[in-house]
Ligand binder design. Structure first.
Ligand code: HEC
Ligand code: HEC
Length: 382
Protein backbone atom coordinates (compact mmCIF):
# COMPACT_ATOMS: atom_id res chain seq x y z
CA UNK A 1 0.00 0.00 0.00
CA UNK A 2 1.27 3.51 -0.74
CA UNK A 3 2.28 5.84 2.06
CA UNK A 4 -0.69 8.08 1.31
CA UNK A 5 -3.31 5.37 1.68
CA UNK A 6 -1.74 3.77 4.72
CA UNK A 7 -1.52 7.17 6.48
CA UNK A 8 -5.10 7.90 5.53
CA UNK A 9 -6.31 4.62 7.01
CA UNK A 10 -4.15 5.03 10.11
CA UNK A 11 -5.49 8.53 10.81
CA UNK A 12 -9.07 7.47 10.16
CA UNK A 13 -8.77 4.39 12.42
CA UNK A 14 -7.23 6.29 15.33
CA UNK A 15 -9.66 9.20 14.99
CA UNK A 16 -12.66 6.86 14.98
CA UNK A 17 -11.38 4.88 17.92
CA UNK A 18 -10.59 8.00 19.98
CA UNK A 19 -13.87 9.66 18.96
CA UNK A 20 -16.03 6.75 20.11
CA UNK A 21 -14.08 6.41 23.36
CA UNK A 22 -14.47 10.15 23.99
CA UNK A 23 -18.23 10.17 23.37
CA UNK A 24 -18.66 7.14 25.61
CA UNK A 25 -16.74 8.70 28.52
CA UNK A 26 -18.55 11.99 28.07
CA UNK A 27 -21.97 10.32 28.17
CA UNK A 28 -21.00 8.37 31.30
CA UNK A 29 -19.84 11.51 33.12
CA UNK A 30 -22.65 13.78 31.96
CA UNK A 31 -25.27 14.48 34.62
CA UNK A 32 -28.25 16.47 33.37
CA UNK A 33 -30.32 18.63 35.73
CA UNK A 34 -33.14 16.45 36.93
CA UNK A 35 -36.55 17.79 37.98
CA UNK A 36 -38.43 16.69 41.11
CA UNK A 37 -40.33 13.95 39.30
CA UNK A 38 -37.03 12.34 38.20
CA UNK A 39 -37.33 13.41 34.54
CA UNK A 40 -35.13 15.81 32.66
CA UNK A 41 -38.14 17.95 31.91
CA UNK A 42 -37.94 17.08 28.22
CA UNK A 43 -41.19 15.87 26.80
CA UNK A 44 -41.78 14.69 23.23
CA UNK A 45 -45.38 14.00 22.20
CA UNK A 46 -46.28 13.04 25.76
CA UNK A 47 -43.21 10.84 26.29
CA UNK A 48 -41.08 12.10 29.18
CA UNK A 49 -37.31 11.57 29.35
CA UNK A 50 -35.68 10.06 32.44
CA UNK A 51 -31.96 9.95 33.17
CA UNK A 52 -31.34 6.21 33.64
CA UNK A 53 -27.89 4.57 33.59
CA UNK A 54 -26.82 2.88 30.34
CA UNK A 55 -27.49 -0.88 30.31
CA UNK A 56 -24.50 -2.94 31.56
CA UNK A 57 -24.46 -5.36 28.61
CA UNK A 58 -24.38 -2.46 26.22
CA UNK A 59 -21.43 -0.86 27.98
CA UNK A 60 -19.57 -4.16 28.14
CA UNK A 61 -19.93 -4.64 24.40
CA UNK A 62 -18.85 -1.07 23.68
CA UNK A 63 -15.78 -1.06 25.92
CA UNK A 64 -14.99 -4.59 24.82
CA UNK A 65 -14.87 -3.45 21.18
CA UNK A 66 -12.61 -0.56 22.08
CA UNK A 67 -10.18 -2.80 23.94
CA UNK A 68 -10.35 -5.37 21.13
CA UNK A 69 -9.59 -2.69 18.55
CA UNK A 70 -6.57 -1.50 20.50
CA UNK A 71 -5.27 -5.06 20.97
CA UNK A 72 -5.67 -5.67 17.24
CA UNK A 73 -3.34 -2.75 16.49
CA UNK A 74 -0.73 -4.29 18.74
CA UNK A 75 -1.03 -7.83 17.41
CA UNK A 76 -1.38 -7.07 13.70
CA UNK A 77 0.12 -4.53 11.26
CA UNK A 78 -3.11 -2.50 11.08
CA UNK A 79 -1.83 1.04 11.67
CA UNK A 80 1.51 2.55 10.58
CA UNK A 81 2.03 -0.64 8.55
CA UNK A 82 5.36 0.59 7.19
CA UNK A 83 6.89 0.83 10.67
CA UNK A 84 4.81 -1.46 12.89
CA UNK A 85 4.56 -5.17 11.95
CA UNK A 86 2.52 -6.26 14.96
CA UNK A 87 3.73 -8.88 17.42
CA UNK A 88 2.10 -11.87 15.69
CA UNK A 89 4.49 -14.10 13.76
CA UNK A 90 4.29 -17.12 11.45
CA UNK A 91 6.83 -19.69 10.21
CA UNK A 92 7.79 -19.49 6.54
CA UNK A 93 10.66 -21.45 4.98
CA UNK A 94 11.95 -22.33 8.45
CA UNK A 95 12.11 -18.68 9.53
CA UNK A 96 9.91 -16.73 11.92
CA UNK A 97 8.49 -13.75 10.05
CA UNK A 98 5.94 -11.05 10.96
CA UNK A 99 2.33 -11.83 10.18
CA UNK A 100 0.96 -10.62 6.86
CA UNK A 101 -1.92 -12.23 5.01
CA UNK A 102 0.62 -13.34 2.38
CA UNK A 103 2.98 -14.88 4.94
CA UNK A 104 0.07 -16.65 6.60
CA UNK A 105 -0.96 -18.13 3.26
CA UNK A 106 2.62 -19.28 2.54
CA UNK A 107 2.86 -20.77 5.98
CA UNK A 108 -0.39 -22.69 5.55
CA UNK A 109 0.60 -23.89 2.09
CA UNK A 110 3.91 -25.11 3.51
CA UNK A 111 2.12 -26.90 6.31
CA UNK A 112 -0.18 -28.45 3.74
CA UNK A 113 2.80 -29.54 1.67
CA UNK A 114 4.47 -31.03 4.73
CA UNK A 115 1.40 -33.11 5.48
CA UNK A 116 1.15 -34.15 1.83
CA UNK A 117 4.85 -35.05 1.60
CA UNK A 118 4.74 -37.05 4.84
CA UNK A 119 1.72 -38.95 3.63
CA UNK A 120 3.36 -39.48 0.25
CA UNK A 121 6.62 -40.79 1.71
CA UNK A 122 5.24 -42.78 4.61
CA UNK A 123 2.10 -44.22 3.10
CA UNK A 124 1.84 -43.96 -0.68
CA UNK A 125 5.46 -44.83 -1.56
CA UNK A 126 5.63 -47.56 1.06
CA UNK A 127 2.43 -49.23 -0.13
CA UNK A 128 3.62 -49.04 -3.74
CA UNK A 129 6.85 -50.75 -2.71
CA UNK A 130 8.87 -47.69 -3.77
CA UNK A 131 10.10 -46.35 -0.42
CA UNK A 132 13.68 -45.97 -1.70
CA UNK A 133 12.47 -43.10 -3.90
CA UNK A 134 12.64 -40.83 -0.84
CA UNK A 135 16.45 -40.77 -1.09
CA UNK A 136 16.39 -39.69 -4.72
CA UNK A 137 13.66 -37.17 -3.92
CA UNK A 138 15.61 -35.56 -1.11
CA UNK A 139 18.75 -35.37 -3.26
CA UNK A 140 16.70 -33.87 -6.07
CA UNK A 141 15.13 -31.30 -3.82
CA UNK A 142 18.46 -30.22 -2.32
CA UNK A 143 19.95 -29.83 -5.83
CA UNK A 144 16.92 -27.78 -6.85
CA UNK A 145 17.34 -25.54 -3.81
CA UNK A 146 21.02 -25.02 -4.66
CA UNK A 147 20.08 -24.08 -8.21
CA UNK A 148 17.39 -21.67 -7.04
CA UNK A 149 19.67 -19.93 -4.55
CA UNK A 150 22.87 -19.67 -6.57
CA UNK A 151 23.47 -16.73 -8.87
CA UNK A 152 25.88 -18.49 -11.22
CA UNK A 153 25.19 -22.21 -10.82
CA UNK A 154 27.89 -24.71 -11.81
CA UNK A 155 27.48 -25.93 -15.38
CA UNK A 156 26.67 -29.53 -14.52
CA UNK A 157 24.10 -28.77 -11.82
CA UNK A 158 21.18 -28.90 -14.27
CA UNK A 159 22.51 -32.19 -15.68
CA UNK A 160 22.64 -33.65 -12.17
CA UNK A 161 19.05 -32.56 -11.55
CA UNK A 162 17.92 -34.14 -14.82
CA UNK A 163 19.66 -37.37 -13.85
CA UNK A 164 17.84 -37.47 -10.53
CA UNK A 165 14.53 -36.92 -12.31
CA UNK A 166 15.31 -39.81 -14.65
CA UNK A 167 16.16 -42.01 -11.68
CA UNK A 168 12.63 -41.52 -10.37
CA UNK A 169 11.30 -43.28 -13.48
CA UNK A 170 11.24 -46.84 -12.11
CA UNK A 171 9.45 -45.68 -8.96
CA UNK A 172 6.82 -43.96 -11.08
CA UNK A 173 6.25 -47.30 -12.82
CA UNK A 174 5.69 -48.92 -9.44
CA UNK A 175 3.31 -46.17 -8.39
CA UNK A 176 1.41 -46.81 -11.62
CA UNK A 177 0.66 -50.32 -10.33
CA UNK A 178 -0.82 -49.06 -7.08
CA UNK A 179 -4.56 -48.20 -7.03
CA UNK A 180 -4.12 -45.91 -4.05
CA UNK A 181 -1.47 -43.78 -5.77
CA UNK A 182 -3.50 -43.70 -8.98
CA UNK A 183 -6.52 -42.40 -7.10
CA UNK A 184 -4.51 -39.42 -5.84
CA UNK A 185 -2.96 -38.99 -9.29
CA UNK A 186 -6.32 -38.92 -10.99
CA UNK A 187 -7.59 -36.28 -8.58
CA UNK A 188 -4.53 -34.12 -9.29
CA UNK A 189 -5.10 -34.64 -12.99
CA UNK A 190 -8.69 -33.44 -12.77
CA UNK A 191 -7.61 -30.36 -10.84
CA UNK A 192 -4.63 -29.36 -12.98
CA UNK A 193 -4.65 -30.99 -16.38
CA UNK A 194 -8.21 -31.68 -17.46
CA UNK A 195 -8.77 -28.09 -18.67
CA UNK A 196 -6.48 -28.87 -21.59
CA UNK A 197 -6.30 -32.66 -21.88
CA UNK A 198 -9.93 -33.33 -20.96
CA UNK A 199 -11.21 -35.16 -17.88
CA UNK A 200 -10.73 -38.49 -19.69
CA UNK A 201 -7.21 -37.39 -20.81
CA UNK A 202 -8.15 -38.03 -24.43
CA UNK A 203 -7.15 -34.49 -25.40
CA UNK A 204 -8.56 -32.49 -28.27
CA UNK A 205 -7.30 -30.49 -31.21
CA UNK A 206 -3.83 -29.23 -30.29
CA UNK A 207 -3.87 -31.11 -26.98
CA UNK A 208 -2.45 -34.60 -27.20
CA UNK A 209 -4.40 -37.68 -26.20
CA UNK A 210 -2.55 -39.19 -23.24
CA UNK A 211 -4.33 -42.54 -23.31
CA UNK A 212 -2.97 -43.89 -26.59
CA UNK A 213 0.45 -45.24 -27.39
CA UNK A 214 1.55 -42.29 -29.57
CA UNK A 215 3.90 -39.88 -27.83
CA UNK A 216 5.36 -36.59 -28.96
CA UNK A 217 8.09 -36.64 -26.32
CA UNK A 218 8.18 -40.29 -25.36
CA UNK A 219 6.00 -42.42 -23.11
CA UNK A 220 8.61 -43.88 -20.78
CA UNK A 221 8.07 -42.86 -17.16
CA UNK A 222 11.23 -40.72 -17.26
CA UNK A 223 10.05 -38.90 -20.41
CA UNK A 224 6.68 -38.11 -18.83
CA UNK A 225 8.47 -36.87 -15.70
CA UNK A 226 10.66 -34.55 -17.79
CA UNK A 227 7.62 -33.28 -19.71
CA UNK A 228 5.85 -32.46 -16.44
CA UNK A 229 8.86 -30.91 -14.69
CA UNK A 230 9.86 -28.49 -17.43
CA UNK A 231 6.90 -28.24 -19.79
CA UNK A 232 7.29 -28.47 -23.58
CA UNK A 233 6.93 -26.17 -26.55
CA UNK A 234 6.24 -27.71 -29.95
CA UNK A 235 8.45 -26.28 -32.71
CA UNK A 236 6.92 -26.88 -36.12
CA UNK A 237 8.29 -24.07 -38.33
CA UNK A 238 6.15 -22.12 -40.84
CA UNK A 239 6.98 -23.16 -44.39
CA UNK A 240 5.11 -20.86 -46.74
CA UNK A 241 7.97 -18.39 -47.16
CA UNK A 242 10.51 -21.12 -47.62
CA UNK A 243 8.84 -23.59 -49.99
CA UNK A 244 6.00 -21.42 -51.32
CA UNK A 245 2.30 -22.24 -51.59
CA UNK A 246 3.02 -24.90 -54.24
CA UNK A 247 5.58 -26.53 -51.98
CA UNK A 248 3.08 -26.47 -49.11
CA UNK A 249 0.43 -28.20 -51.25
CA UNK A 250 2.88 -30.83 -52.45
CA UNK A 251 4.30 -31.57 -49.01
CA UNK A 252 0.77 -31.73 -47.53
CA UNK A 253 -0.30 -34.20 -50.19
CA UNK A 254 2.72 -36.36 -49.39
CA UNK A 255 1.90 -36.19 -45.64
CA UNK A 256 -1.67 -37.32 -46.38
CA UNK A 257 -0.34 -40.19 -48.47
CA UNK A 258 1.67 -41.45 -45.50
CA UNK A 259 -1.39 -41.91 -43.33
CA UNK A 260 -3.23 -45.20 -43.74
CA UNK A 261 -6.53 -44.54 -45.52
CA UNK A 262 -5.78 -40.77 -45.50
CA UNK A 263 -6.12 -40.81 -41.74
CA UNK A 264 -9.72 -42.11 -42.00
CA UNK A 265 -10.70 -38.64 -43.08
CA UNK A 266 -12.38 -38.12 -46.41
CA UNK A 267 -9.76 -36.20 -48.36
CA UNK A 268 -10.88 -37.67 -51.67
CA UNK A 269 -8.40 -38.93 -54.27
CA UNK A 270 -4.81 -37.84 -53.67
CA UNK A 271 -2.97 -36.05 -56.48
CA UNK A 272 -0.10 -38.47 -57.17
CA UNK A 273 2.04 -35.85 -58.97
CA UNK A 274 1.88 -33.63 -55.89
CA UNK A 275 2.64 -36.64 -53.69
CA UNK A 276 5.84 -37.33 -55.64
CA UNK A 277 6.92 -33.67 -55.52
CA UNK A 278 6.12 -33.63 -51.81
CA UNK A 279 8.24 -36.69 -51.18
CA UNK A 280 11.30 -34.84 -52.46
CA UNK A 281 10.53 -31.78 -50.32
CA UNK A 282 10.03 -34.02 -47.32
CA UNK A 283 13.39 -35.73 -47.67
CA UNK A 284 15.07 -32.34 -47.91
CA UNK A 285 13.22 -30.22 -45.37
CA UNK A 286 11.18 -32.35 -43.01
CA UNK A 287 13.09 -35.57 -42.43
CA UNK A 288 15.47 -33.70 -40.15
CA UNK A 289 12.79 -33.56 -37.45
CA UNK A 290 10.12 -36.07 -38.47
CA UNK A 291 12.68 -38.69 -39.41
CA UNK A 292 13.41 -40.13 -42.90
CA UNK A 293 10.58 -42.66 -42.40
CA UNK A 294 8.30 -39.84 -41.07
CA UNK A 295 7.72 -41.80 -37.87
CA UNK A 296 8.57 -38.78 -35.74
CA UNK A 297 11.31 -38.00 -33.25
CA UNK A 298 10.66 -37.69 -29.54
CA UNK A 299 13.81 -35.63 -28.94
CA UNK A 300 12.25 -32.66 -30.77
CA UNK A 301 8.60 -33.58 -30.18
CA UNK A 302 7.95 -34.10 -33.89
CA UNK A 303 4.90 -36.35 -34.30
CA UNK A 304 4.72 -39.58 -36.26
CA UNK A 305 3.06 -38.69 -39.58
CA UNK A 306 2.41 -42.28 -40.67
CA UNK A 307 -0.35 -43.16 -38.22
CA UNK A 308 -4.00 -42.15 -38.03
CA UNK A 309 -3.41 -39.89 -35.04
CA UNK A 310 -3.47 -36.16 -35.67
CA UNK A 311 -2.60 -33.50 -33.18
CA UNK A 312 -4.04 -30.67 -35.26
CA UNK A 313 -6.23 -32.59 -37.69
CA UNK A 314 -5.81 -34.60 -40.87
CA UNK A 315 -8.18 -32.73 -43.20
CA UNK A 316 -6.31 -31.55 -46.28
CA UNK A 317 -6.83 -27.86 -45.49
CA UNK A 318 -5.78 -28.31 -41.83
CA UNK A 319 -2.55 -30.05 -42.83
CA UNK A 320 -1.85 -27.26 -45.30
CA UNK A 321 -2.39 -24.66 -42.57
CA UNK A 322 -0.05 -26.56 -40.26
CA UNK A 323 2.61 -26.34 -42.94
CA UNK A 324 1.86 -22.75 -43.98
CA UNK A 325 1.88 -21.15 -40.55
CA UNK A 326 3.68 -23.68 -38.34
CA UNK A 327 2.53 -24.87 -34.91
CA UNK A 328 3.77 -24.33 -31.37
CA UNK A 329 1.69 -26.18 -28.80
CA UNK A 330 2.60 -25.19 -25.24
CA UNK A 331 2.62 -27.61 -22.34
CA UNK A 332 3.21 -25.59 -19.13
CA UNK A 333 5.87 -26.52 -16.56
CA UNK A 334 4.67 -27.92 -13.23
CA UNK A 335 7.81 -28.12 -11.12
CA UNK A 336 7.34 -24.77 -9.40
CA UNK A 337 3.57 -25.17 -9.14
CA UNK A 338 3.16 -28.73 -7.86
CA UNK A 339 6.56 -29.94 -6.63
CA UNK A 340 8.34 -33.26 -7.16
CA UNK A 341 5.97 -35.51 -5.23
CA UNK A 342 2.76 -34.49 -6.97
CA UNK A 343 4.53 -34.68 -10.33
CA UNK A 344 5.47 -38.29 -9.58
CA UNK A 345 1.84 -39.13 -8.85
CA UNK A 346 0.67 -37.38 -12.02
CA UNK A 347 3.33 -39.10 -14.11
CA UNK A 348 2.23 -42.45 -12.65
CA UNK A 349 -1.37 -41.70 -13.51
CA UNK A 350 -0.53 -40.67 -17.09
CA UNK A 351 1.75 -43.71 -17.45
CA UNK A 352 -1.08 -45.97 -16.32
CA UNK A 353 -3.47 -44.50 -18.91
CA UNK A 354 -1.35 -45.34 -21.92
CA UNK A 355 -2.31 -48.52 -23.69
CA UNK A 356 1.40 -49.35 -23.96
CA UNK A 357 1.05 -52.38 -21.69
CA UNK A 358 -1.97 -53.74 -23.50
CA UNK A 359 -0.45 -53.24 -26.96
CA UNK A 360 2.60 -55.21 -25.92
CA UNK A 361 0.51 -58.08 -24.59
CA UNK A 362 -2.07 -58.16 -27.33
CA UNK A 363 0.03 -57.24 -30.33
CA UNK A 364 -1.21 -60.27 -32.34
CA UNK A 365 -4.85 -59.30 -31.74
CA UNK A 366 -4.23 -55.80 -32.93
CA UNK A 367 -2.54 -57.05 -36.06
CA UNK A 368 -5.53 -59.35 -36.54
CA UNK A 369 -7.89 -56.40 -36.06
CA UNK A 370 -5.90 -54.35 -38.59
CA UNK A 371 -6.13 -57.24 -41.02
CA UNK A 372 -9.89 -57.35 -40.53
CA UNK A 373 -10.14 -53.63 -41.21
CA UNK A 374 -8.12 -53.85 -44.42
CA UNK A 375 -10.24 -56.84 -45.51
CA UNK A 376 -13.35 -54.77 -44.96
CA UNK A 377 -11.86 -51.99 -47.04
CA UNK A 378 -11.12 -54.40 -49.85
CA UNK A 379 -14.67 -55.66 -49.60
CA UNK A 380 -16.19 -52.19 -49.65
CA UNK A 381 -13.85 -51.15 -52.46
CA UNK A 382 -15.20 -54.08 -54.42
C1 HEC B 1 -2.60 -25.09 -20.87
C2 HEC B 1 -2.94 -26.37 -21.39
C3 HEC B 1 -2.28 -27.58 -20.75
C4 HEC B 1 -2.33 -27.97 -19.44
C5 HEC B 1 -3.02 -27.29 -18.27
C6 HEC B 1 -1.63 -29.22 -19.37
N1 HEC B 1 -1.15 -29.55 -20.59
FE1 HEC B 1 -0.08 -31.22 -21.04
N2 HEC B 1 0.18 -30.55 -22.93
C7 HEC B 1 -0.43 -29.44 -23.47
C8 HEC B 1 -0.03 -29.29 -24.86
C9 HEC B 1 -0.47 -28.20 -25.81
C10 HEC B 1 0.84 -30.35 -25.12
C11 HEC B 1 1.53 -30.66 -26.44
C12 HEC B 1 2.75 -29.82 -26.54
C13 HEC B 1 3.26 -29.79 -27.94
O1 HEC B 1 2.44 -29.63 -28.86
O2 HEC B 1 4.48 -29.91 -28.12
C14 HEC B 1 0.93 -31.14 -23.90
C15 HEC B 1 1.70 -32.28 -23.75
C16 HEC B 1 1.66 -33.11 -22.65
C17 HEC B 1 2.37 -34.36 -22.55
C18 HEC B 1 3.27 -34.96 -23.61
C19 HEC B 1 2.47 -35.86 -24.48
C20 HEC B 1 3.30 -36.56 -25.50
O3 HEC B 1 2.70 -37.04 -26.46
O4 HEC B 1 4.53 -36.62 -25.34
C21 HEC B 1 2.06 -34.91 -21.33
C22 HEC B 1 2.53 -36.22 -20.76
C23 HEC B 1 1.18 -33.97 -20.67
N3 HEC B 1 0.96 -32.89 -21.50
C24 HEC B 1 0.65 -34.15 -19.42
C25 HEC B 1 0.00 -33.15 -18.72
C26 HEC B 1 -0.34 -33.24 -17.32
C27 HEC B 1 -0.12 -34.44 -16.44
C28 HEC B 1 -0.90 -32.05 -16.99
C29 HEC B 1 -1.37 -31.59 -15.62
C30 HEC B 1 -0.35 -31.47 -14.61
C31 HEC B 1 -0.93 -31.23 -18.18
N4 HEC B 1 -0.37 -31.92 -19.20
C32 HEC B 1 -1.48 -29.95 -18.21
C33 HEC B 1 -1.26 -28.55 -22.82
C34 HEC B 1 -1.53 -28.58 -21.46
C1 HEC C 1 12.40 -28.19 -36.71
C2 HEC C 1 11.74 -29.46 -36.72
C3 HEC C 1 10.63 -29.67 -37.74
C4 HEC C 1 10.70 -29.57 -39.10
C5 HEC C 1 11.92 -29.22 -39.94
C6 HEC C 1 9.39 -29.92 -39.59
N1 HEC C 1 8.56 -30.21 -38.57
FE1 HEC C 1 6.61 -30.74 -38.73
N2 HEC C 1 6.44 -30.68 -36.73
C7 HEC C 1 7.48 -30.47 -35.85
C8 HEC C 1 6.96 -30.45 -34.50
C9 HEC C 1 7.78 -30.26 -33.25
C10 HEC C 1 5.56 -30.65 -34.62
C11 HEC C 1 4.55 -30.66 -33.45
C12 HEC C 1 4.12 -29.23 -33.20
C13 HEC C 1 3.40 -29.07 -31.90
O1 HEC C 1 3.47 -29.99 -31.07
O2 HEC C 1 2.75 -28.04 -31.69
C14 HEC C 1 5.28 -30.80 -36.02
C15 HEC C 1 4.01 -31.02 -36.54
C16 HEC C 1 3.76 -31.31 -37.85
C17 HEC C 1 2.46 -31.69 -38.38
C18 HEC C 1 1.18 -31.81 -37.59
C19 HEC C 1 0.86 -33.27 -37.34
C20 HEC C 1 -0.43 -33.46 -36.59
O3 HEC C 1 -0.54 -34.54 -35.99
O4 HEC C 1 -1.33 -32.60 -36.62
C21 HEC C 1 2.63 -31.91 -39.71
C22 HEC C 1 1.55 -32.34 -40.69
C23 HEC C 1 4.02 -31.66 -39.99
N3 HEC C 1 4.68 -31.30 -38.85
C24 HEC C 1 4.58 -31.77 -41.26
C25 HEC C 1 5.83 -31.29 -41.56
C26 HEC C 1 6.34 -31.15 -42.91
C27 HEC C 1 5.60 -31.58 -44.16
C28 HEC C 1 7.57 -30.62 -42.81
C29 HEC C 1 8.51 -30.22 -43.93
C30 HEC C 1 7.99 -29.27 -44.86
C31 HEC C 1 7.87 -30.45 -41.41
N4 HEC C 1 6.80 -30.86 -40.70
C32 HEC C 1 9.07 -29.95 -40.93
C33 HEC C 1 8.81 -30.28 -36.15
C34 HEC C 1 9.27 -30.07 -37.42
Amino acid sequence: MTFFWSSWITILSIACWAGILGVLLFVLKYKPDVEEDGTTGHEYDGIREYDKPLPKWWLVIFFGSIVWGFAYWIFFPAIFPSSWNGITTVEVDGETVPWTSKNELYSELEENDRIFTNNFEQTILVRANAAEATQTLSQLSSLQTTLRRSESPPADLQTQIDEQIEQLGPYVERLAQDPNALKVGSRLFLQNCSVCHGSNAKGGRGYPNLTDDAWLYGGEAKDILTTLHYGRVGGMPAWRDQIGEDGVRAASEYVLSLSPNNGHIDNGELDQTLVRQGEAIFAQQCALCHGPDAKGMTSVGAPNLTDNIWLYGGERETVRNTLRYGRAGVMPEWETKLGNERIMLLAAYVYSLSDRASTQQTRPNITAAAATISNEQTVSAN
